[in-house]
Design a protein around this ligand. Structure first.
Ligand SMILES: [Zn+2]
Length: 394
């Protein structure tokens, strides 16, 4: 069966392929396309089982399910010192099969590849998307190519290799994207991520898998959440969550939806810079300097349009978090039993601020397990934690 058509989120033109809108790209803007919103009327949130395949009719695919049990992730409450503050919750996407939120997208993206009759999928990623693509391609019996830049962290390399994908290194992101374009255009591979410049966001069918995050939050918390905080770079997750809430509201399953908050490292915070400007055109064309950050999966020099759209539609906000603040949050989360990637700690730090400033319940999307990026974790001193270890004689 053919997949539904994709239209530009900004100008509405019909878009083919997964490199964003060519009309908007001519204006220098990376704008993703999307299928029509799904009609959820008649469904019951109480009976929603969670995950992208919990409501398969809300997905723009006919193949599938391609599933490893993704979604339905736990909500963990983080205690706040001040009783007058709101509530701080972390939705732990690290509990997904390959350890990140990307599983929700890749389970749907691989089904879309089956719809398209593909035998090989390709993802350009040195992070969570590559491992998720490898897992779901394996599950569906498709071949998978993961294009990485040099220096992919060991845990990710091992995960990609164990899952049977062909891992191909290129020197940098430019070379990686060029190889991906060739794989798609000359070799006929199905793209699960994008190689577009300016970046517009990921595969528009795959991104529909993120709507399930909104469905789960609405099912688990009702309408009492004031804000959902999302660590944001190219904004696939942020935009997908926004679309999920719009569908819920259009179907009357909720009467109000939370504000969306983009959390970014202060070393590269284009959404924060954009929203500080006046007028949509100025916001769209924002550029910032980008520095190195331990939150290696975040950081862009420009806002991606689908993210701005999600923030505008929800009367949302963006928060830039300095490195020392989110690394302190990373330690605070460890003290609560949560080991997340530094990018997730950026979100929790932003969510903590929001809970104190607004006094309302906040859900932060903890995007991935900390096991993906172990190099940024400082070694712990055993004798400071349990002094008696110095008295061990054996
Ligand atoms: Zn457009």
């Amino acid at each position: 069966m053919t997949s539904p058509p994709l239209h530009c989120l900004r100008c509405g033109v019909l878009v083919t392929g997964f490199t964003g809108c060519p009309e908007c790209a001519a204006e220098g803007l990376g704008v993703n396309a999307a299928p029509p919103l799904a009609d959820l009327s008649g469904l019951s949130l109480e009976r929603y089982p969670g995950g992208p395949w919990g409501w398969p009719g809300a997905l723009p695919v006919s193949a599938g399910p391609v599933t490893l049990g993704e979604g339905g992730t736990p909500n963990v409450r983080i205690p706040l010192a001040d009783a007058g503050a709101g509530e701080l919750w972390v939705k732990t996407e690290g509990a997904n099969p390959t350890g990140s939120h990307k599983d929700r997208a890749m389970s749907v993206g691989v089904a879309a590849a089956l719809d398209a009759g593909a035998d090989t999928v390709v993802a350009a990623s040195s992070g969570n998307a590559g491992t998720a693509a490898a897992a779901y391609a394996a599950r569906a019996g498709l071949r998978c190519v993961v294009l990485t830049a040099r220096g992919v962290p060991d845990p990710l390399r091992a995960q990609i290799d164990a899952l049977g994908a062909a891992r191909v290194e290129r020197d940098d992101h430019v070379a990686r994207n060029a190889a991906m374009r060739e794989g798609v255009e000359r070799l006929g591979w199905y793209p699960l991520t994008t190689f577009a410049q300016p970046p517009a966001g990921g595969n528009a069918y795959a991104n529909e898998g993120y709507k399930s995050v909104a469905y789960e939050i609405a099912r688990d918390f009702g309408e009492r959440i004031g804000a959902v905080v999302v660590p944001t770079c190219r904004a696939d997750l942020l935009a997908g969550i926004g679309r999920g809430f719009r569908e819920l509201r259009a179907a009357g399953l909720v009467s109000r939806t939370p504000r969306l908050v983009a959390a970014e490292p202060a070393t590269g915070a284009p959404y924060t810079a954009a929203l500080a400007r006046t007028g949509r055109s100025a916001q769209e064309h924002t550029t910032v300097e980008r520095g190195p950050s331990p939150a290696f999966s975040l950081g862009e020099s420009r806002p991606v349009w689908q993210g701005l759209d999600a923030l505008w539609r929800s009367a949302g906000h963006a928060v830039a978090v300095p490195t020392e603040e989110f690394m302190a949050e990373h330690r605070a989360l460890g003290a609560q039993g949560l080991f997340v990637e530094p990018s997730s700690a950026v979100g929790v730090a932003a969510g903590r601020r929001w809970a104190y400033e607004h006094g309302e319940p906040v859900v932060v999307i903890g995007t991935a397990t900390g096991l993906k990026d172990i190099a940024s974790v400082p070694a712990g001193k055993a004798e400071e934690r349990v002094p008696e270890v110095t008295r061990l004689t054996a």
